[in-house]
Design a binder for this molecule. Sequence first.
Ligand code: HEC
Ligand code: HEC
Ligand code: HEC
Ligand code: HEC
Ligand code: HEC
Length: 301
Amino acid sequence: MKLLRVGLAAAIVLLPPAANAAGKKANSIDELAKMYDVTSCKECHAKVFTEWEKSFHATSLIGSPRTMATIASTIKDGLLKEYTYSGAKEVKDLTVEHMMICAKCHLPQLKDATDAVAKEIAQAAIDGAAGDEKAKKQLAKVGINCLICHNQKALIHKWTDGEIDPNAVYGSKDGDHPDTKFKKLKKSATLPESIMCGQCHGLGPNFELAEPTQCATLYGSYLHAYVPSGGSETCQDCHIKKDGLGHLMPAYRDPAVAKSAVTVDVDARGYYFLPKVGDSVPTAVLTVKMTSHAGHRVPDG
Ligand code: HEC
Ligand code: HEC
Ligand code: HEC
Ligand code: HEC
Ligand code: HEC
């Protein structure tokens, strides 16, 4: 009896942490997309859904599509070349841990997948970057969707706020929610604050990784430059509310931002001199005044 108890305790310790309510992990991109399915949200939140669909968040493994190409070169020219230490000589040796150096922010739900998914994403990024449209379509099935912000990342301080409820969507209040799977609505103190976005928009190098990467860092400059110099607006104020573009969350790359909040003004005035024989340069002077309305350094990422 005593021996059996010891055996059980050891077995419990060795079990991997539960990936979701059922404790299962996704074995393919298709399974991961199903686990984080948001098609039901479209029915009742059509406007938000349409805005989000066009955002860079929706296809966060593809991007402009520089992201897909950079993930491909990170694998080929980085991880696989350094196999002595990375332990991965070919795509088939790649694991979730390897891919987390990008997926930490570009696909945080990869934590709920097996190594098979890490390999599938790696291969699709390599093929997609080489022009394979089918591979690109596969990558577009997963991204930073409603459930990443309104569930997985909606609570930050677990010792004060507790763990995420897998059956709730987090928003501005507590109550019932008519979705068939996410039946509860819970209030999140994080969602309206800049720290919500700071979880991925970066402070600097990601030192907690075995192979620290650095990509987006503008939350660092928001905290240490914009706020100390008197800035009082949140990411949500400028990127969601001011222009009324909501979940499109635009930056300068989105044509729709020509509106106002998310812009840099450029004023240029040229002076032309009529030079006499023997005059030296300058024959023209150009004064350029650029005003950034950003709450952080640009460019980033
Ligand atoms: C059948 C319709 C329906 C579906 C499906 C649905 N919602 Fe909702 N949702 C609502 C309604 C109605 C409210 C407002 C509840 C209230 O005000 O009491 C709401 C509220 C919310 C809120 C809170 C908004 C706030 O005030 O902060 C969020 C976030 C949300 N839904 C996300 C989602 C997501 C994500 C999905 C998909 C998984 C989804 N909803 C699916 C009807 C729906
Ligand atoms: C789960 C991580 C995550 C969270 C949380 C997050 N973002 Fe992002 N965001 C990304 C990634 C990754 C991209 C880039 C996708 C790509 O192009 O590859 C991105 C892209 C963007 C862009 C477009 C950048 C460009 O160059 O056009 C804006 C603007 C943006 N996010 C704003 C926000 C705001 C505002 C919040 C908070 C309300 C937020 N994000 C929360 C990860 C996140
Ligand atoms: C700390 C979170 C984080 C990590 C880790 C991270 N990224 Fe990013 N990345 C972002 C965010 C947020 C953006 C978009 C914001 C911006 O452009 O400022 C972005 C933007 C990009 C862009 C430009 C987007 C575009 O569409 O052109 C590329 C390329 C990129 N990431 C590749 C990578 C690769 C490859 C890795 C892994 C080696 C990686 N990132 C790791 C958060 C991260
Ligand atoms: C990158 C993070 C992010 C993603 C992705 C995201 N949301 Fe939101 N959402 C927010 C934040 C932040 C707010 C709160 C803005 C505030 O109060 O300042 C919000 C507000 C809302 C609201 C209430 C306000 C409104 O505009 O009606 C609803 C409903 C909502 N989201 C639904 C969704 C649905 C549905 C999806 C997927 C299609 C989605 N969200 C995707 C971050 C996100
Ligand atoms: C005071 C308004 C304001 C605030 C606050 C603000 N932004 Fe911006 N943001 C801008 C403007 C304006 C731009 C466009 C700059 C340009 O045109 O180059 C921008 C650009 C960006 C970009 C694109 C950068 C790039 O080079 O690709 C991202 C991503 C972004 N913001 C995310 C955020 C996040 C996350 C926060 C909160 C930590 C935030 N912003 C706070 C106004 C703001």
